[in-house]
Write a protein that binds this ligand. Structure first.
Ligand SMILES: Nc1ncnc2c1ncn2[C@@H]1O[C@H](COP(=O)(O)OP(=O)(O)OP(=O)(O)O)[C@@H](O)[C@H]1O
Ligand SMILES: [Mg+2]
Length: 264
């Protein structure tokens, strides 16, 4: 469903601020795979999401979605293939527009290239049905401005909008990080439901190791722009936080030794 062939991306190449954010990443996701992505700050997780969505172009390498080479397709032309929810509840929805208008916009995104916000009776009732699945009572607030919703309600709406058009890939970048624990748990639960209901191929970045272990069918760990751990199936089932911490320590330890060697 998703194939990344030897992707590299360097920011500010040739300047003192040069940063190799992605280094020769190869990754293949089968349809329906749900991958959790962990790694320390600056590991390149968000950059990788941006390369997949097309908001960043890799310096080298190819991005294939459903066997189509989309490497040079700009973001708006990939939007039919990709659903995305960000960390910031303010991103992804239009705060001055109503719930219904936001849904209509998400719906029309992959239909015609028009921003017509007209909503038919039939469409409205299908929106209500979709909203009811969130169990937040939003189906009774179609005309509420999205800016008035709580962070959790907005993330739930973003999640719904992201899956509306049955995307090939769902990208979640720390989408529960800005929420309080109970809202985060609710959105986590919704995520599982939505992914299972639609059988979505999903990449979910999280700093919550327990969440990374509990969710999904596969786990990858990134460090310095590379995938340094890739575990699936029974192995993932048996993985513990301790194992992950050991892995972190192992790479950090080596780093420490390298630094020492360089310092002599
Ligand atoms: N637009 C940019 N311009 C320059 N450098 C950038 C840009 N975006 C990211 N970087 C750098 O690239 C590296 C990878 O950043 P990225 O945001 O992908 O990390 P991350 O794994 O998502 O981290 P976090 O867990 O903090 O969100 C970092 O060192 C970051 O400073
Ligand atoms: Mg990030």
């Amino acid at each position: 469903m998703l194939k990344l062939n030897d992707i590299s991306l360097t920011f500010n190449e040739g300047t003192p601020d040069e940063k190799q954010a992605i280094q020769r990443i190869n990754l293949e996701l089968k349809p329906g795979e749900f991958v959790t992505v962990i790694g320390s700050n600056g590991a390149g997780k968000s950059t990788l999401m941006n390369v997949i969505s097309g908001s960043l172009m890799p310096d080298v390498g190819e991005v294939l979605i459903a066997e189509k080479d989309v490497t040079t397709l700009p973001e708006f032309r990939r939007s039919a293939y990709i659903g995305r929810v960000f960390q910031d509840p303010m991103a992804g929805t239009a705060p001055t527009m109503t719930i219904e208008e936001n849904l209509a916009m998400a719906y029309s995104r992959t239909k015609k290239r028009s921003l017509r916000l007209g909503v038919t009776k039939q469409r409205r009732s299908s929106f209500k049905e979709d909203l009811a699945t969130l169990n937040l009572g939003l189906e009774d607030r179609l005309n509420a401005k999205v800016g008035l919703l709580s962070g959790g309600e907005r993330q739930a709406l973003s999640l719904l909008m992201a899956t509306f058009t049955n995307p090939n890939i769902l990208l979640l970048d720390e989408h529960t990080a800005a929420l309080d624990p109970s809202r985060a748990a609710l959105i986590t639960e919704l995520t599982q439901k939505v992914v299972a209901d639609h059988g979505l191929t999903t990449l979910m970045v999280t700093h919550n190791m327990q969440q990374a272990l509990d969710l999904g069918t596969r786990l990858i760990m990134m460090d310095k722009g590379q995938i340094i751990l890739d575990i699936e199936g029974d192995k993932k089932q048996n993985l513990t936080i301790e194992d992950l911490l050991k892995e972190f320590q192992r790479i950090r330890g080596e780093q420490f030794e390298n630094d020492r060697a360089v310092l002599g």
